[in-house]
Design a protein around this ligand. Structure first.
Ligand code: IDP
Ligand code: MG
Length: 149
């Protein structure tokens, strides 16, 4: 298997709750190379493009607000591109299932995610689901010159 690159976003809920280090501590042992890293103030257009496959969902508007940080008074995310053998699946495994209550307890989402009483899914991080999504998302969030070759 050749090296893959994958996009990871530390979402505003994690930043607000002081969980940046906790999330990175779960990813770091994977031994992947960090080839891109930055802080991003997320526009509505960027959020909508990132989650475009979910635009018909009833929670889409809330999802855009979540990624933009308006729900957590934290108007930015941390974006990373991680590269290494089988990086996409390995990062997804450590991330855990989408719904925090369905995520295995040892995963990032299982350990730190929650559904709030008002129905916001605080699931801490985003990770690309497959090679096609990773390619699209990396191009959306990073310019080529922002990535190590
Ligand atoms: P993923 O993040 O595990 O790939 P997706 O199905 O691609 O899951 O959904 C993207 C994001 O949309 C989730 O990470 C979560 O923030 C949000 N989301 C997904 N399902 C729900 C839901 O049922 N209610 C509220 N938010 C949801
Ligand atoms: Mg997804």
């Amino acid at each position: 298997m050749t090296a893959q690159s994958t996009l990871v976003l530390i979402k505003p809920d994690a930043i607000r709750r002081g969980l940046i280090g906790a999330a990175i501590a779960r990813l770091e042992p994977l031994g992947l190379e960090i080839i891109g890293a930055k802080v991003v103030r997320v526009s509505r257009d960027l959020a909508a493009e990132h989650y475009r496959q979910l635009r018909e969902k009833p929670f889409f508007e809330q999802l855009l607000e979540h990624l933009q940080g308006t729900l957590h008074d934290t108007p930015y995310v941390l974006a990373f591109v991680l590269r290494g053998e089988d990086a996409i699946a390995r990062v997804r495994d450590v991330t855990g299932a989408t719904h925090p209550e369905q995520a295995h307890p040892t995963t990032i989402r299982g350990s730190f995610g929650r559904m709030t009483a008002s129905g916001v899914m605080e699931n801490i991080i985003h990770a690309s689901a497959d090679a096609r999504e990773a390619q699209r998302e990396i191009a959306l969030w990073f310019k080529p010159e922002e990535l190590l070759g």
